[in-house]
Design a binder for this molecule. Sequence first.
Ligand code: FAD
Ligand code: DLZ
Length: 510
Amino acid sequence: MANLILILGDQLTTNISAFEGADPGCDKIVMAEVHNEASYTNHHKKKLVLLFSAMRHFAQQLEKDGWQVHYQHYHPDNKHQSLEGVVSSLLEDLRPEKIITTECGEWRLHKEVCHWQKGLNLPVEIRPDTRFIASKQEFANWAKGRKQLRMEYFYRDMRRKTGLLMSPENSPEGGHWNFDADNRRKWSGKPPAPAPFRVEPDAITLDVIDLIEQHFPGHFGTTEDFHFAVTPEDAGEALNYFIEFALPCFGDYQDAMSDHEDWLFHSILSPYINCGLLDPLTVCEAAARAWYAGQAPLNAVEGFIRQILGWREFVRGIYWLHMPGYAQENRLGNTRALPWFYWTGDTKMRCMHKAIDATRRNAYAHHIQRLMVTGNFALLAGVKPEEICDWYLAVYADAYDWVELPNVLGMVMHADGGYLGSKPYAASGKYIQRMSNHCANCHYKVSKSTEPDACPFNSLYWHFIDRHRADFERNPRMSMMYRNWDKQRPEKREALLNRANYLLEHLEEL
Ligand code: FAD
Ligand code: DLZ
């Protein structure tokens, strides 16, 4: 008897476990564009275009390859607006023996699918997502008994497991596990950054753009200049393009920001890796080959591989180990609402304006913008984790709860009490000045702290340090900050706190 195989919008590959043992002659594939998934957050319009178009291309390819596919195109009047509704509507006609699916990336949907078997009165086989390098159990075993988790040690295990950048003697290539110290250069415009890889929209993508414009007008961002890949072939070309043109400088300028360049030397591959168009291990192997072939230096290649083999796997492990409780964490007791300018980019702070405006146009901002600009500001201002997490989940083409939540709640907001990261990434305007040219074009003066035109990051930084003394004073990585704060004259400290209090009361006006 036939099985019904459900493929989700972020599972767009036949290498997904749900396909294992499937028979094109008898099993039926179901894919559906549904309101519930398209609107559980205010998804960026470009993310909706990317996913619906990639889903349609994938379904078309499956049909060409001889699979029977039931595909629901989005329409607000569709009878079934949830995945369960679509699946249940097929059962009477198809009478499958069971439903097969690969586990969802997000707790929200996973919880629902786990109840389907009872509701649909049919076996539902949920298979593990083998696209990840470490299984959930493997990560849980590694984490067992550790009070704090450190990505670096997990990453070394993943290097050993995959053999990536390991010498024949099983030691790290180049003699070190990590070349991060070499990866902190400011970018002055040279060498020029490559333009992002572009795919011009085909007829399917153009149809989807019209659909999103018509039915999702209130969603964040714009569909203008959509140039993402929507097929595995084009995503593979995006990978080749990155390896050839950006990877050689990826390491040097990994932490840099620019007033004139949105993408710098980043790969822009996360939207594809996360929805199944690219396989994470294949991406790492391609980067490693570039080093062995002498096409890119080790600091770049190791730094890039660490992001995927280390950070990406690490945050996913933490997510599944601690959900659903993790989403409720707020150890710094933040209560402030997210300022409205996160949705408009309408702020005189140049770095914030640039990061949010790029996000609105591109559904993309690179890591340092997310961490040290929009994230840092939310941390310093004491924004409620729930509100800033909702923002990050909505605005990026690569955003899914399993990767967004640990990055925002753990890495940026330190709301898990330091479980994911050993210290908060709090920084004053000096850091932004050191790594970018934003400050030269800013309304605020990074050299000032207490005056009306002083950079808000400066006094907010000291306010953060002061108000969280009990949380961080004994953290060895923070003690120097407290010594510096205590060394300042009392009048200076008071002026800084007064200025920060004023800013906190007038956040919307910044
Ligand atoms: P590159 O800089 O070229 O890095 C290469 C790859 O490494 C990325 O494609 C990605 O797959 C992986 N990677 C790098 N850093 C991380 C990380 N911290 N966690 C997981 N994977 C990583 N990444 C997402 O995929 N989805 C998110 O929703 C997301 N939200 C984030 C929110 C915040 C506050 C922060 C600080 C980081 C977030 N990241 C997220 C991680 C990272 O910023 C993005 O993966 C990266 O910017 C994507 O751009 P890129 O493909 O050009 O990455
Ligand atoms: C993100 C997303 C969107 C916007 N739309 C759909 C959809 O219509 N149909 C679908 O199957 N998947 C969609 N997705 C991806 C799911 O939200 C994703 O599979 C879950 O969040 C689990 O990671």
